[in-house]
Write a protein that binds this ligand. Structure first.
Ligand code: ADP
Ligand code: MG
Length: 248
């Protein structure tokens, strides 16, 4: 497949088998820079497996993954770990450290991976938390003292701490009530628009939540991309599996 400077991620004929099961079957598509792309599919379609390949946590059985111009197969384990810092990740359960405050959670990657001093860390954490709508009075609360929506905000602030070029959202709205879903969606779009050139990738089986905010939709079904279109065209897809999904 042609190299394209405008792609954040290139997936070239990616196949993954576990034992005799083919989980990803010749995936071949690119994810553009600076856009919001959602990878949708039913549970078990292979979304999380694909995500792990993009992060270099799993190696392909065959095929190639190029992220920000780097062929992941050429990276050493140390380089891979470094590479993962180009990603910010927000998972279904914000996965905060329970024993750390909101502040401590966001400070963690800064303490771990930067040489910022305490004053600089304090400033950066405070900016990050305020930017996702956490007020100062909540900075020193533990996750258990925050609402679900606030935990998502803190998780997002932590994901943004190292200024990632790519944000990955794995099932960001699954299990949330409609109001919190809207809040998280607004936050995703706001984050995307505030950070020039950021590539946002959403992995989800929640089509209603995702359609509204995506530029592109890739539909993954049983290890294959069966449709990949700008969102307006995706809505008009005549693919029967996509139709079934859209009508849920
Ligand atoms: N490590 C593994 N070993 C064997 N099968 C796996 C492994 N990881 C995932 N699978 C299988 O791959 C399929 C896709 O899983 P997954 O990528 O988690 O789907 P999704 O995230 O779309 O729900 C499922 O059938 C799952 O059981
Ligand atoms: Mg999954």
């Amino acid at each position: 497949m042609m190299e394209n400077m405008d792609d954040a991620i290139q997936i070239n004929d990616l196949t993954k088998t576990f034992g005799t099961a083919t989980i990803l079957n010749g995936l071949d598509f690119n994810i553009p820079k600076g856009k919001i792309t959602s990878i949708l599919g039913f549970s078990g379609a292979g979304k999380s497996t694909l995500l792990k390949h993009i992060l270099g946590l799993l190696q392909p059985t065959s095929g190639q993954i190029v992220v920000l111009g780097k062929d992941l197969a050429t990276l050493s384990p140390v380089q891979l770990r470094e590479f993962r810092r180009s990603f910010g990740m927000l998972f279904q359960y914000a996965a905060l450290f329970d024993s750390k405050t909101a502040f401590g959670n966001v400070a963690f990657p800064l303490r771990e991976f930067t040489n910022l001093d305490e004053t600089q860390i304090e400033k950066r954490v405070s900016d990050l938390l305020l930017s996702v709508g956490i007020k100062e009075e909540a900075f020193h609360r533990l996750p258990s003292e925050l609402s679900g929506g606030m935990r998502k905000r803190v998780g997002l602030a932590r994901a943004l701490a190292l200024s990632p070029q790519i944000m990955l959202y794995d099932e960001p709205t699954t299990g949330l009530d409609p109001i919190t879903t809207k809040m998280v969606n607004d936050l995703i779009v706001e984050t995307h628009n505030k950070n020039r050139g950021m590539t946002s990738i959403i992995i989800s089986h929640d089509i209603k939540a995702t359609l509204e905010i995506s530029d592109f939709i890739a539909f993954l079904d049983r290890g294959s991309i069966v449709e990949y279109l700008p969102v307006s065209e995706f809505k008009k897809s005549t693919n029967p599996i996509v139709q079934e999904f859209l009508n849920l």
